[in-house]
Design a protein around this ligand. Structure first.
Ligand SMILES: NC(=O)C1=CN([C@@H]2O[C@H](COP(=O)(O)OP(=O)(O)OC[C@H]3O[C@@H](n4cnc5c(N)ncnc54)[C@H](OP(=O)(O)O)[C@@H]3O)[C@@H](O)[C@H]2O)[C@@H](O)CC1
Ligand SMILES: [K+]
Length: 519
């Protein structure tokens, strides 16, 4: 059979992309299967896999296909047969009894057997040490162990096969995962393997070909570490309504010639308790780089200087939150940023009066422990005021009254729970930041890398988002957050030393952002 289109390469620069949960993907699969003859979709899936295998490893000529107990394995068996037909040396390892495969997968097994594809149960025990198969790092490995049907931690032959695939990847072999890296939860991006298993007991692929739909788990939590490059083949099946969105690149707004600094809004940063004043100046500096017209920095340390010699364009203000309401009611405000406990005094007037408020770090910690502040935050929903919370997982856990592990176990759900509880938009930071907002689909951000795990980068994000928001006061908190988070991560992706494990210093991050060459 033929399928008309090549898989789509899904990356940070060509979104937005709709994401579908496991339940929605399975419902779509059931509807599609009901409309075509048996094996039609599986043959299409296997062909898409074989074609991508030829594209990503054209010189390999050798492939080991790891086949699990379900239809994911069936896709792999079709690909194995097609590659065998192309003259590749193929070895199929099965992890279960082929007779127990579901109907389509069993037929795929029979067709592979009839075609003379070498197939055998995966070796277990001592002989399974080291990559099983052709002794060559250029051998392609196809992971067809588990897909959407993952239910629990892989054990036994499946766990052994996953370990073999991890060893192959560590040895430099390309690994193409079908639909999902086996062991990765499609919705949460959590590796479901045994707690002591390397990499959470899930396959680490160099490429993943997602079938029919893109699953959220490919892009958040551990997903990005496991999926590698992500490809999508819809198999000719139109997708239904999305459950979430992978953010795409935002457009830069041009600056009209006739504008002056007063046209670009004011930002005030309140933060910087004793010993942490730099955090507030960093956020203020990022707001200025984002293009805000005037930026005030109000350190909570009463001894702090009101001028940062490195940034003479910023204006220091003592206790800015005590300004008249008419001033508070016009600015975009960032509160947190190294605020320590001193931030508690500043929060009530800011929560009561500011129309656009970004709450970060210690401001979130203060709110988590003070019901009166929570009430003020929730009360903002009854006015036009908008709030953006930018927690990392620990801060999110404090706000939700749960553990960090519970937040990370389902990051999208945790971000949505924060929205429901506080009525604010939320950026849940971490790998695959989640942006959730009232009345909007949750978004997962595709940019950024571990170079952002350095001091002050969170302050930069808070300042950057406020700087953008000041210039677009009519934008929703969610819109401006999606834009800012994408750009902040993209700046890190362009930081070449990150590929060698180097962190991106907060000051350097601001300079990259300021150049706006984020593409
Ligand atoms: N049908 C088609 O034509 C098409 C299908 N497609 C493909 O099918 C995939 C979905 O197939 P699937 O639903 O059969 O699920 P799959 O992931 O293969 O595994 C389920 C099996 O694994 C088992 N199992 C689960 N966890 C386990 C564990 N930890 N340890 C041990 N066993 C475990 C589970 O057992 P059970 O939980 O039922 O006891 C069941 O036997 C999808 O990802 C895509 O690749 C698409 O290409 C479109 C065309
Ligand atoms: K798989």
């Amino acid at each position: 059979m033929t399928i008309s289109n090549a898989p789509l390469h899904v990356h940070a620069g060509n979104g937005p992309w709709p994401l579908h949960s496991a339940a929605a993907s399975q419902a779509l699969e059931r509807r599609a299967l009901a409309q075509v003859a048996p094996m039609t979709l599986m043959e299409a899936a296997g062909l898409a896999v074989a074609r991508l295998a030829l594209a990503i490893a054209p010189q390999a000529g050798r492939v080991v296909v790891w086949v699990g107990p379900g239809n994911n394995g069936g896709d792999g068996l079709v690909a194995a047969r097609l590659l065998h037909g192309r003259g590749w040396r193929v070895q199929v390892w099965t992890t279960g009894d082929p007779a127990a495969l579901p109907a389509d997968a069993h037929q795929a097994w029979q067709r592979a057997q009839a075609a003379g594809v070498p197939m055998a149960p995966v070796p277990l025990g001592p002989e399974a040490q080291g990559p099983v198969g052709f002794d060559c790092s250029r051998t392609l490995h196809i992971d067809a162990l588990l897909g959407l049907g993952l239910r629990r931690a892989p054990a036994g032959a499946l766990a052994q096969a996953i370990a073999q695939l991890q060893a192959a990847a560590a040895g430099g072999a390309p690994v193409l995962a079908i639909d999902l890296p086996s062991g990765l939860h499609p919705d949460t991006g959590c590796a479901l393997g045994a707690a002591d298993a390397p990499w959470g007991g899930a396959v680490r692929a160099t490429d993943t070909l997602s079938l029919l739909t893109l699953k959220p788990g490919l892009f958040t939590a551990q997903g990005r570490d496991h999926a590698g490059r992500v490809w999508l083949h819809r198999l000719g099946v139109p997708a239904g309504p999305a459950d979430a969105v992978l953010s795409g690149p935002p457009a830069w707004a041009a600056r009209p010639h006739g504008h002056h600094k007063g046209s670009h809004g004011d930002v005030a940063v309140v933060g910087g308790a004793p010993g942490m004043v730099g955090a507030a100046w960093l956020a203020a500096s990022a707001a200025l780089a984002a293009g805000a017209g005037r930026v005030y920095c109000s350190p909570l340390d009463p001894e702090a200087a009101l001028l940062d010699p490195a940034h003479p364009g910023l204006m220091g203000r003592s206790a800015w939150w005590r300004e008249p309401a008419s001033t508070l009611e016009t600015a975009t405000v960032v509160c947190g940023c190294g605020g320590g406990e001193a931030v508690q005094a500043a929060l009530p007037p800011l929560l009561a009066a500011t129309p656009r408020l970004v709450l970060d770090a210690d401001a979130l910690n203060a709110i988590a422990t003070a019901p009166a502040l929570q009430a003020l935050l929730q009360a903002r929903t009854s006015s036009e005021a908008q709030t953006l919370l930018t927690p990392h997982p620990l801060e999110a856990a404090r706000l939700l009254g749960c553990s960090t592990a519970e937040v990370q176990a389902d990051r999208v759900a945790a971000a949505q729970a924060l929205v429901a509880r506080y009525g604010a938009a939320v950026v849940l930071k971490g790998s695959g930041s989640v942006i959730a907002a009232p009345g909007a689909l949750p978004h997962i951000n595709p940019t950024g890398n571990a170079a952002l795990a350095s001091a002050g980068t969170g302050d930069v994000l808070a300042g950057w988002v406020a700087g953008l928001w000041a210039q677009a006061p009519g934008a929703s908190a969610g819109e401006v957050a999606r834009q800012a988070v994408w750009q902040h991560g993209r700046a890190a992706d362009l930081h070449e030393p990150a590929a060698r494990g180097a962190p991106l210093r907060a000051e350097a991050l601001i300079e990259v952002l300021a150049l706006r060459a984020l593409g």
